[in-house]
Design a protein around this ligand. Structure first.
Ligand SMILES: NC(=O)c1ccc[n+]([C@@H]2O[C@H](COP(=O)([O-])OP(=O)(O)OC[C@H]3O[C@@H](n4cnc5c(N)ncnc54)[C@H](O)[C@@H]3O)[C@@H](O)[C@H]2O)c1
Length: 271
């Protein structure tokens, strides 16, 4: 009797489906590259993909190290074609492929923190060039390599400010600012990702975007209070919550998702 029941269970398609579902988040033997890996979110992404047993490549413009010696750390500037091409060569030499690439670099000039009045075309153009232009340069180079291998996923980082305008009340009297170029750049990254999604879709490549709300990083308590009060979930994001969404979009669980912008914002853009 029990034997028969086990046989029926084994034939039941739910068992097969169950096993398949578990594999959707399997990153074993997958090569995942985090670009901007030395930053607040990048570090968390590296940790997240390590925990999912991926072969992780950590890239940053600054020289970085990781306590886990299996992590391949590379220095690369998203604005240099030569630097990007060399990094890609090194990754393919070591691993032979790239399954997922995440762009979370945050290039900005040293005078980034300007008000609208202080800003000017030179400042605006330079920051657009190094941030939006860098994401274009890197995405294009990565996707061209992935095209040859016939599969792959790319996730670019935008922001809520690529979708909605800032609420300036939260910055009043504080040194924290949200420069006008950021909104233009981040909006550009959303549609850059959509363009690449439709262009490279026929090559079995997925390109998505994530738009986080403010991530808690010990900001001024007045800012945290104001920001939280305006957020439906009444708090800022945890960096782990950003990593989890990127993990999902990079995984096979998102195998039919491309050209999307996933807002991770506690409801900020819902009203
Ligand atoms: N932190 C937040 O609250 C928040 C919210 C929304 C969106 N974002 C976005 O998330 C991404 C990551 O943000 P973060 O807070 O971790 O930033 P961060 O400044 O902490 O880290 C960014 C990393 O990018 C690297 N970098 C800068 N220029 C580079 C270049 N030319 N080439 C390669 N690497 C370069 C830096 O060295 C740094 O390690 C950014 O795109 C940011 O706009 C952040």
């Amino acid at each position: 009797m029990l034997e028969n029941q086990l046989k029926i269970l084994a034939l039941n398609s739910h068992i097969g489906t169950y096993n398949m579902y578990k594999e959707l988040f399997d990153f074993k033997d997958k090569v995942v590259v985090v670009c901007g890996a030395g930053g607040l979110i990048g570090k968390e992404l590296v940790q997240c993909f390590i925990e999912y047993n991926a072969k992780v490549v950590a890239i940053d413009i600054n020289k970085i190290r990781h306590e886990n010696t299996d992590v391949l750390c590379l220095q690369m500037d998203i604005n240099s074609e030569h630097s990007v091409s060399t990094a890609l060569d090194n990754i393919f030499k070591k691993f032979g492929r790239i399954d997922s690439w995440v762009n979370c670099a945050y290039p900005r000039t040293s005078d980034w923190n300007k008000s609208v009045e202080e800003s000017g075309p030179e400042w605006f153009n330079k920051n657009t060039e190094i941030h939006l232009g860098g994401y274009y340069l890197t995405s294009r180079a990565v996707l061209e390599r992935m095209k040859v291998q016939g599969e792959g996923s790319l996730v670019n980082f935008s922001s809520i400010y690529g979708v909605v305008g800032p609420n300036f009340n939260i910055y009043e009297g504080l040194s924290i600012n949200n420069p006008v170029a950021y909104s233009a750049i981040k909006a550009g990254i959303i549609n850059l990702s959509k363009y690449f999604a439709t262009y490279y879709g026929p090559f079995n490549l997925r390109v998505n975007c994530v738009s986080p709300g403010g991530v808690f990083d010990n900001q001024d308590s007045v800012f945290v209070k104001r920001y939280s009060a305006l957020t439906p979930m009444r708090r800022m994001a945890k960096k782990q919550e950003i990593a989890g969404s990127v993990l999902f979009l990079s995984s096979n669980a998102a195998s039919y998702i491309t050209g999307q912008n996933l807002l991770i914002d506690g409801g900020w853009t819902a009203h």
